[in-house]
Design a protein around this ligand. Structure first.
Ligand code: A3P
Length: 303
């Protein structure tokens, strides 16, 4: 696939958020009929689903899981983009690639719990839920809306802040997404990890994921997975950095999937009032949630 330029971008379809059963799909890349069929997909014990709210590190998990499969040998992943190796289940046509795909079938999704294959809810397959603090998700998503052609470019940060809090984005309400998934964890083989833990200690998260998946990697292989999953190495890896995704989906002149890769960037964007507001909504929604988040790199030392 070619790099983006105004000559080869082709036509960009008129993407729109389309509510379907209380969840916003994106016309042109999602089909409500196909999304509804996901529930009936036959699940194998070896299937692995990574679930994220957008901008929580999906691309990072795609890279880590690709590498765990090949025991850290990055040369074995050079033949395919991670987005093709570990595709989204909600994209149009994905079911065709699911039924006949060899095991293990590793997939990612931003969908809410209610759309998922019923088999997963009977402890078949495995689910890894990756969460990221909502302030950094919001900032990352703001930038992504300027970069992704299938999402409406926000007027400004303030209007995007409102849209995010109202759940008027793809993924809908961050609080609902995480709480609903988490409340059903006992029905599934479920692993919960956070973006911030990965920033803090990627090696131990890779070890936790490997052990959850029943993969035994040597310390050297774990180290190789970690090395090839760092922000810097992923940014320079054309299989992992999404630069080869066609520019009628991602406008590569407007941004990059691997943008900043840090904790606490929200401090560069939030006003004091916005911060207080998000804190209040967070308290209201998350008081019963058993885990907390790391909000700033300075918290890494104390946590
Ligand atoms: P930022 O925009 O804050 O930089 P998703 O894949 O769910 O859309 O998430 C994208 C976010 O994860 C981006 O956040 C991106 O930089 C970050 N990310 C991806 N790979 C990373 C890595 N190896 N290390 C740190 N952050 C990473």
């Amino acid at each position: 696939m070619a790099e983006c330029s105004s000559q080869n971008c082709g036509e960009t379809p008129d993407y729109k958020l389309v509510p379907h059963r209380g969840f916003n799909l994106i016309s042109g890349i999602h089909s409500p009929e196909e999304v509804d069929k996901i529930q009936n997909w036959e699940i194998r014990d070896s299937d692995i689903f990574v679930i994220t709210y957008p901008k929580s590190g999906t691309i990072w998990l795609q890279q880590i899981l690709s590498l765990i499969e090949v025991k850290g040998d990055v040369t074995a992943t050079n033949d395919q983009l991670t987005s093709e190796r570990i595709p989204w289940i909600e994209l149009i046509g994905s079911h065709k690639r699911f039924d006949s795909a060899p095991s293990p079938r590793i997939r990612v999704s931003h969908l809410q719990y209610k759309f998922m294959p019923l088999g997963l809810k009977n402890k078949k397959g495995k689910v890894i839920y990756v969460a990221r603090n909502p302030k950094d998700v919001l900032v990352s998503y703001f930038h992504f809306h300027k970069y992704a052609t299938m999402l409406e470019t926000p007027k400004d940060f303030e209007s995007f802040f409102e849209n995010f809090l109202e759940g008027n984005v793809y993924g809908n309400c961050w609080f609902e997404h995480i709480k609903t998934w988490f409340s059903h964890k006992e029905e599934m083989n479920f692993l919960y990890i956070t973006y911030e833990e990965m920033i803090k200690d990627l090696q131990s998260v890779v070890e936790r994921i490997s052990s959850f998946l029943g993969k035994s990697l040597t310390p050297q292989q774990v180290n190789d997975v970690v090395q090839h999953s760092t922000f810097k190495n992923m940014k320079n890896n054309p299989q992992a950095n999404y630069k080869l995704v066609p520019c009628n989906l991602l406008n590569h002149q407007q941004g990059s999937f691997l943008r900043k890769g840090t904790i606490g960037d929200w401090k560069n964007y939030f006003t004091v009032a916005q911060n207080e507001r998000l804190d209040k909504v967070y308290q209201q929604n998350m008081q019963d949630f058993p885990f907390s988040f790391i909000w700033d790199t300075s918290d890494l030392i104390t946590s």
